[in-house]
Structure formats: C-alpha cells, structure tokens
Write a protein that binds this ligand. Structure first.
Ligand code: SF4
Ligand code: SF4
Length: 447
C-alpha cells in the first residue's frame, strides 16, 4: 500500500482517540428547532410555511431560490413558532424557521420521497433526487450537491474523488461512517459516478485510519473503476487541491476549481446523504457530527435533527467541564468559535469541539521572527508573513499581487508560527478587501 501526499503541510496533534471508538448515537428529542433559510452557499431558500402551521419530518418548508440554492425540510414533527432573525453558527443573525416539536408522545408519519431502484436509476433521476432532497456538501462549505453533479458542458470530468481524509484534528464523523456504513458510501460514489458519466472513482483516506481503509477496500471489491488510495496523514490533506495533487498529481491552477482539471470531489457524509436520499427517500434533515474535546464530559458521534441548538447537544454529551474555555463548530483548524450556544446545528455541521485552556495553544503574540516557517508550511506556496503584513498596513493591492485571494484559510501557517501571529485573520481580511476592490473595478468597467 503506497501512501501519497503533497508538499508542505503540518502535523497537529490528532486527538481523535477521544471519540473514534464511539458508534453513532441518535440525539433523542430537541426542545426547539431553528432552521436558517441559508444553510448553504448561494441564495437563501424561500419559506413555504407560516406561523402556527403543523409540520412533519421531511416536509418541504422552504424552497430553493434559483440554481445555486437548496430546499429545506422539517427535521421534526411540530408547529411553526415563527419565521424570525435567529443567531446561527457563523455568528450572525439570519432568517430562520423556528419549530416547536410535538414531543416524543406525538410522533408523526414522516413525509419522505419514494425510494428509487438502485439498479435501474438514471443520471437524471439521481440529480433530481439530490436536488429535491436539499443535499449540500458535508465538507464544510455546504455547496449544493446538485450543482456539483451538473457541471458546465465544456468541462470534461474523468474522476470522482471521495474525501475520506478527515484531516482536521479531533473529528471522527467520517471515520465512523466508513466503519459503520462502508457499503452505503461505496454505493453513494457509484451513484455520483453514474450521474456524471464518469468511469473512475477514488477514495482518498489518510493512513491513520487503517481499519477505515480496510472497510472501504472490502466494500468496493468487485465495483468496476473504484479504488482506495491511502494518503499520508498530514494537515490539510483533505483540502481539495491537496487531495487532487496527492491522488493523481494534477495541479489546480490559482483561481480555478477541481472541475477545471477534470475532477469532482465529494465528502464521505455527502456520499451517505446521496445514498439515503435514493435508497430510503430521506431528505437531508439530520446532521452527523462529532462532539469532542477535553472540555466535554462524554465525547460522542451523533446523528442530530438539523436545527437542534448546540447547547442541547452539549447537554446530551454530559455538559461541559469546569475548565472548558472555547466551543468551536467544525474542527479546531478551520472551525468557527461560538459566542452564542443557542445557534443551531446545520446541514453541514461536522463537529462541535470544546477546548479547555490547557488544550488551547498559548495565544500571546510577539513580533515576527522572520523564521520563514509559515512559508515552508503553506501548501499553496504563498508567503503568509508578507500577506498578513500587507493586510495589517492596508496595502491590499500588494496583497492582491502576491495572491491573497488564493488562500484557502486552512490555518496551516498560523499553526506553525512561533510568534502566534493570527495570520489567518489577517489573510481573511486581506481577501475580503481585495475581493471588494475587484468588485468595484468590475462595476466601474461596466458603467
Ligand atoms: S491559511 Fe492561506 S496562507 Fe496560510 S497556509 Fe493556508 S493557504 Fe497558505
Ligand atoms: S512563521 Fe510567524 S514568525 Fe515565522 S516568518 Fe511566519 S509570521 Fe513570522
């Protein structure tokens, strides 16, 4: 078994043992459900229910608005309490449908789609089901999956990759899926390949999960054109560009997408959601996530109704410890720190990590040591030290020339920085300002 990788990257402590051995449990009964109308990249959905309406699990409650959008279905039986501005995991209030569940005593018949036959299904039926089921990418960006299955006609796709790296420390959701549902994942990949008319499918899995590699190898046995690639354990091995470089040696040029080099990438959780939408008719109304970190009393892997408040999920895991210091949605490298735990779990929430002070790195910032560690580590060959300096000084045109918009905000540079400079925050600011400049230039040109 050869292991492949990419140049650069870092090796943060993995910390996966806290939850890796915990099988998925179902979260029982939330007291409130908050479903933001924008849980995906693209246009927010449009509500199709009103206050006091009764809803059942799987019922369409908000329709997709345009091509890049996704519908939303109720994750529970209950009554619509309001359509109002509610805090979300991104930290900003957003329009959301709030549902008060009926409670466990009054379960309601779910409103799912009719299952479709796996043997005779057509590419068009797969795309349509993925669209109507409201599936969004589970790798963090929440891009509507239907759009990824509908590439522009001038793009020739020859490979589908399933990202099984789960390179973020602490998270074990994808690992548990590979151990518990390898056949569903393999079938999910086959359905994606069929939808795209592609003959080659590859699972990229980091070599710190040998049992997951074995499980997936067994599941794909006899499936034509599908292989499992063991990849070196290194952050950010699961970033799309790094995965493509490691698996088939192709370079995605700056500003381009995987489909520009003939590749479509999906996440393990997305493959499962696609399979479930077709084989069982389930819309995307649950989120699979890891709740972990030394700051949570009982780390778990959970299946949670979308819209469940984070605070209720933490309580179900025994609550936080006395020395808990920070709650992050997503992994510790790219996740978002939470200030209001009333925010809900969303379709693409992959984890909630509760860190203690001890687990958090020293934050005290010192001046740049000019050590160059951030430059050596950046997998995209950027110069983070200069880019962050330009952002701090407001010299955004120079940051643009040095390629700040290419930065994928992976946090690798900040992890290596001995001066604890918050490089990613500065890079993010630089990106936002440069993109604003670019929009202004475009607007000027068109007038
Ligand atoms: S955050 Fe940006 S600059 Fe830093 S390592 Fe990642 S891609 Fe490079
Ligand atoms: S790693 Fe930190 S201290 Fe070293 S050059 Fe980069 S920004 Fe400066």
């Amino acid at each position: 078994m050869s292991t492949k990788t990419f140049p650069g990257g870092v090796h943060p402590p993995e910390e996966k043992e806290l939850s890796a051995h915990k099988a998925f449990e179902r979260f029982p009964a939330p007291t409130t459900i908050v479903l933001p109308l924008s849980q995906h990249i693209g246009k927010a959905s449009t509500p199709r229910v009103k206050k006091k309406d009764a809803v059942v699990p799987g019922q369409l409650i908000a329709e997709a608005e345009g091509f890049i959008s996704a519908p939303i279905h109720s994750s529970i039986a209950g009554t619509v309490k309001s359509i109002s501005r509610e805090v979300n995991a991104g930290g900003f209030p957003k329009d959301a449908i709030v549902i008060i569940p009926n409670g466990e005593e009054e379960p309601a018949e779910p409103e799912y789609f009719p299952p479709l036959p796996l043997d005779t299904i057509t590419p068009e039926q797969i795309r349509e089901r993925v669209k109507e089921a409201g599936i969004v990418g589970q790798g963090g960006a929440a891009f509507p999956t239907f759009v990824k299955l509908t590439p522009p006609p001038d793009k020739e796709i020859d490979t589908v990759m399933i990202n099984g790296c789960e390179c973020e420390p602490y998270l074990t959701r994808d690992y548990r899926f590979m151990i518990e549902r390898p056949e569903a994942i393999a079938e999910g990949l086959r359905l994606i390949m069929l939808a795209l008319g592609v003959k080659r499918g590859v699972f990229g899995i980091e070599d710190n999960k040998p049992d997951a590699i074995k499980a997936m190898e067994a599941a794909v046995q006899g499936m034509e054109g599908i292989e499992v690639a063991a990849l070196k354990t290194k952050y950010p091995q699961g970033a799309e560009k790094m995965l493509i470089k490691a698996v088939n040696g192709r370079e995605v040029p700056p500003g381009k997408l995987p489909l520009d080099v003939g590749v479509v990438i999906q996440n393990i959780g997305t493959a499962v959601a696609i399979y479930d939408s077709i084989a069982k008719g389930e819309p995307q109304i649950t989120a699979a996530l890891t709740v972990t970190g030394a700051g949570i009393k009982e780390p778990k892997n959970l299946i949670v109704p979308v819209g469940t408040p984070i605070t209720e999920v933490l309580e179900f895991c025994g609550g936080v410890t006395e020395d808990a210091s920070k709650v992050i949605v997503g992994g510790p490298m790219m996740g978002v720190a939470q200030y209001d735990l009333a925010a809900p779990v969303m379709k693409a929430t992959s984890g909630i990590v509760v860190l203690t002070k001890k687990e958090m790195r020293k934050q005290e910032e010192t001046p740049c040591l000019r050590c160059g560690k951030c430059v050596d580590a950046c997998p995209l060959h950027l110069v983070p030290t200069k880019l962050s300096r330009y952002s701090q000084l407001g010299r955004f045109e120079e940051a643009e020339e040095l390629g700040v918009t290419v930065c994928m905000e992976c946090g690798t540079c900040a992890f290596t920085c001995p001066a604890n400079i918050p490089l990613v925050q500065w890079l993010r600011l630089g990106k936002q300002e440069v993109m604003k400049l670019q929009r202004e230039r475009k607007a000027e040109q068109s007038t």
